[in-house]
Design a protein around this ligand. Structure first.
Ligand SMILES: NC(=O)c1ccc[n+]([C@@H]2O[C@H](COP(=O)([O-])OP(=O)(O)OC[C@H]3O[C@@H](n4cnc5c(N)ncnc54)[C@H](O)[C@@H]3O)[C@@H](O)[C@H]2O)c1
Ligand SMILES: O=C(O)CC[C@@H](O)C(=O)O
Length: 634
């Protein structure tokens, strides 16, 4: 499948910096100059000459002669060179060795390098030895490399042009290379297309002459609908990371070969609508609102990663309807929030904030009045999820009595006591800490009525989501003394970037700790999240696994082996799996594995099939009614 008729097409491929990641003569220099005090200088000179030659600034003959002279190489250096080059084959050539072997009749390596090292490298990937056109070294009586075979056209300017003309190939010729001499074949009218290969090096003077740019061999094969090892070139997958996510995330996506754009702050709706076009993977934290309007413009979006716990900033329903899988980091910053909560509880119950402010104003007020230990105090947790439970355990270790209320029946940890209602908890606790999720229904969960139910002089914390507390009611409760101390980390409106001022009525009130939504902002948590979320997103993109998704049916799939994977996302309704299987039966498809999982809204069917199927199968699967998204992976 996906294989064009190739008999009439020839592929002329360059060696140095195309087939391999490096220039072989540079590597030879690193070997032959070992022990020389001026090694680095000479190597730099060799590299500079290589670049000038590849950019067309000096003649090839000049470039070869100058470099060979500086190299001072010997025949005995060649085995080490070959060994090194074996490890430097370009990644996309390594990946597509099946294409190279299967199309060996049409592939020619044409290089101004030397057969002595090119032949062993390319034949190992299936290229025919007689299809390698390159120079050969000349040696003196002691085996020193002193030059090259002067009769070979490839040692002269426009040598590749002369060679291809003499070959008289009858058919289309596609040239793939990173250098100006590769472009010259096209310039001479001897090739149909020249692809500037940029996986290892990008030479502007070459790129500007090219018919196409090939960031990898995958791209070339994809553009020409040729058989390849990857269903979609990685270099075309665009990632947009907002809100200063940890740099390790950038590194992980770049290592994968994706194009990554990193922005420090959040974007507002209109800005995001513009930025999201063409983006396959979006990474955000808590401030970027991924609304239905945004998703309508997200023409390529496959997945969203929330680099945090909360996903209330994302319209999950709209994502599901569009077949966009959303992932988060459900426990990577849990401990950080717990530690901050414990710290604040102690600071507030000891009245440390007030005392510290007085000290800064020069007031020495040494007294125990209104300062208490946490030991023996009743801590009331609203929401007993990942954070609530961990806080429960740590608080008990400090000698606190823990009470909790959750809308879901939860197992008590340690000696924590379950309350039957929120009101019951509010009336019991000396300290109340909110840890519910940010669902819309939780808006103003704590308002004037709830504050009035609390004990006079309660300590109150919100490190969950801003809209859960009615700020005006909290302000009144602080002013009346109902709340003796409060720690607030999250707000109904939060500045978009650090440059925006924080405007809130809580400013300036006594015994109030205000923090800029940093409950989860520790180096440890951010690095954990920066590793965790990309791993989930990459598993989904590369393998189809949805384990840990907050809106998709969860499937942990086996690694894809020697099969093609067809991923079908559809509205959940009866009969779709049957229709898919009818199509497989009609085309006599050999199914190697099939996985299905549904949620109320969508179904996700993954079918691993043998590779030899026709393109019509894919078209028919895509055409099934109520298909939301279809993907092919290999
Ligand atoms: N400040 C920060 O930087 C920071 C960092 C991490 C998480 N958070 C926020 O903390 C909150 C808790 O995180 P988590 O990981 O523990 O979430 P979680 O999903 O594990 O737990 C939330 C719990 O709240 C319960 N709940 C929901 N609504 C409730 C209600 N009205 N009354 C009682 N219980 C209710 C749920 O049943 C669940 O058990 C979330 O809102 C999250 O976004 C904030
Ligand atoms: O880091 C953030 O932006 C959000 C942290 C926190 O609220 C979360 O949901 O994990």
């Amino acid at each position: 499948m996906l294989t064009k008729q190739l008999e009439q097409t020839y592929f002329v491929i360059d060696f140095d910096s195309t087939f391999t990641k490096v220039e072989a003569l540079d590597v030879l220099g690193e070997i032959s100059l070992i022990g020389r005090p001026d090694r680095d200088d000479v190597l730099a000179q060799i590299k500079a000459i290589t670049d000038r030659g590849m950019a067309g600034e000096i003649s090839l003959a000049q470039s070869l002669e100058l470099r060979l002279k500086l190299l001072n190489a010997h025949r005995d250096h060649l085995p080490a060179l070959i060994e090194t080059l074996m490890t430097k084959v370009s990644d996309s050539f390594q990946r597509n060795r099946v294409f190279l072997a299967e199309n060996a009749e049409q592939i020619f390596i044409v290089s101004s390098g030397f057969k002595e090292f090119i032949v062993p490298i390319v034949t190992a990937l299936g290229i025919k030895e007689e299809h390698v056109f390159a120079n050969t070294f000349t040696y003196d009586g002691n085996g020193n490399i002193i030059g090259c075979d002067c009769d070979n056209p490839l040692a002269t300017d426009k040598g590749k042009v002369k060679l291809i003309r003499d070959m008289k190939l009858d058919g289309d010729i596609y040239v793939i290379g990173d250098g100006y001499t590769d472009y010259e074949i096209r310039e001479a009218g001897l090739a149909n297309k020249f692809y500037a290969f940029t996986e290892n090096v990008l030479r502007p003077s070459v790129v500007e002459k090219a018919d196409h740019i090939a960031p990898s061999l995958d791209d070339f094969l994809f553009d020409n609908k040729l058989s390849r090892s990857l269903s979609y070139p990685k270099s075309r997958i665009k990632v947009l990371l907002l809100e200063n996510v940890h740099p390790v995330a950038l590194q992980l996506f770049e290592q994968e070969g994706f194009q990554v754009e990193l922005r420090k702050g959040a974007l507002d709706e209109d800005e995001l609508i513009e930025a999201i076009q063409g983006v396959h993977i979006l990474g955000i934290r808590s401030k970027t609102m991924v609304t239905r309007r945004v998703l309508e413009s997200a023409n390529k979006l496959m997945t969203v990663g929330a680099f945090c716990i909360g996903t209330n900033q994302i319209d999950l329903q709209a994502c599901t309807e569009r077949g966009i899988a959303v992932f988060n980091a459900p426990y990577s910053n849990t401990r950080s929030v717990v530690e901050l909560a414990i710290g604040e509880i102690i600071m507030l119950i000891r009245n440390v904030v007030t005392k510290s402010n007085q000290m800064h104003a020069g007031v020495w007020d040494k007294s125990a009045t209104n300062s208490f230990e946490v030991r023996g105090k009743k801590l009331g947790l609203v929401g007993y999820g990942n954070i609530g439970t961990q806080l429960s355990v740590v608080a008990e270790a400090l000698g606190m009595e823990v009470y909790f209320y959750d809308v879901v029946d939860k197992l008590s940890l340690g000696n924590a006591r379950k309350c039957k209602s929120l009101d019951e908890l509010l009336a019991i606790a000396d300290i109340i800490s909110l840890h519910t999720d940010g669902r819309k229904d939780n808006k103003n969960l704590i308002g004037a009525r709830e504050f009035s139910l609390m004990k006079k002089g309660v300590i109150f914390l919100n490190l969950s989501r801003g809209h859960i507390v009615d700020i005006q009611a909290l302000v009144e409760a602080i002013k009346s003394g109902q709340v003796a101390g409060t720690g607030i980390d999250v707000f109904p409106y939060e500045p978009k970037t650090n440059a925006e001022a924080f405007i809130n009525e809580l400013r300036g009130l006594p015994n109030v700790i205000l923090t800029p939504h940093i409950g989860g902002s520790t180096e440890e948590a951010q690095e954990n999240i920066g590793n965790f979320v990309p791993a989930k997103l990459l598993e989904y993109i590369n393998n189809g696994s949805t384990y840990g998704s907050v809106n998709f049916p969860e499937l942990q799939l086996p690694l894809l082996k020697d099969s093609h994977r067809l991923l079908h996302i559809h509205t959940n309704m009866p009969g779709i799996l049957a229709r898919m299987n009818n199509i497989f039966a009609k085309y006599n498809i050999n199914i190697r594995g099939q996985y299905l999982k549904t949620t109320e809204d969508i179904g996700y069917v993954i079918t691993d099939v043998a590779k030899n199927y026709s393109d019509e199968v894919v078209e028919e699967l895509k055409a099934i009614d109520n298909t939301i998204k279809f993907r092919l992976l290999y």
